[in-house]
Design a binder for this molecule. Structure first.
Ligand code: S3P
Length: 173
């Protein structure tokens, strides 16, 4: 039996936070975001971590908070888009709860991330960066228990759909 956590994975701009918060309200679980936890732990913003400490240091922090979060239960966990890159993180997620991958096409992602300056990996030519990173991560989200394309659904519809895998009683099916 998996632990009663829901772990949302997916590329930046696939709606993990929006959908995650809706599910949290309905299940009365807690919402946890790995990026937010890193900011709390380090007292630094995500862009300043990348700038001052570098991506590898950020990834170390990400692994630490992920492991710590998944010791708990009854949580909806929204993960950073790159949290799937380390095998150890993938193992921790698969053992820590139900892993649901959200996907979207390049146009949708570019539209969603364009107004946000908080993603250092997309600074500059956003479309080109999204295309390059998506190509590099083509199969990175495939390990999930469930994979959902967000393109044709509202956040509410997605939340309803994902809750069916968990059950209104908060027990994983
Ligand atoms: C990243 C995604 C971001 C954040 C960081 C790196 C990535 O999170 O962790 O900027 O490597 O895809 P979101 O997916 O929540 O934007």
């Amino acid at each position: 039996m998996k632990k009663d956590n829901l772990i949302l994975i997916g590329f930046m701009g696939t709606g993990k936070t929006t959908v995650g918060k809706l599910i949290t309200e309905r299940l009365k679980w807690s919402f946890v975001d790995t990026d937010e936890r890193i900011v709390e732990h380090t007292g630094m913003t995500i862009p300043s971590i990348f700038k001052q400490k570098g991506e590898a240091w950020f990834r170390d922090q990400e692994s630490i908070v992920l492991e710590e979060i998944l010791k708990g239960h009854a949580q909806v966990v929204s993960t950073g888009g790159g949290a799937v890159l380390r095998e150890r993180n993938r193992d921790v997620m698969l053992k820590g709860g139900l892993v649901v991958a959200l996907t979207a096409d390049v146009d949708t992602i570019v539209k969603r991330v364009s107004e946000d300056q908080n993603r250092p990996l997309l600074h500059g030519d956003i479309r080109r960066k999204v295309e390059q990173l998506m190509a590099a991560r083509k199969v990175a989200y495939d390990f999930a228990h469930v994979k959902l394309n967000t393109a044709n659904y509202t956040p509410d519809e997605l939340a309803d759909h994902i809750i069916q895998y968990i059950g209104q009683d908060g027990k994983l099916h």
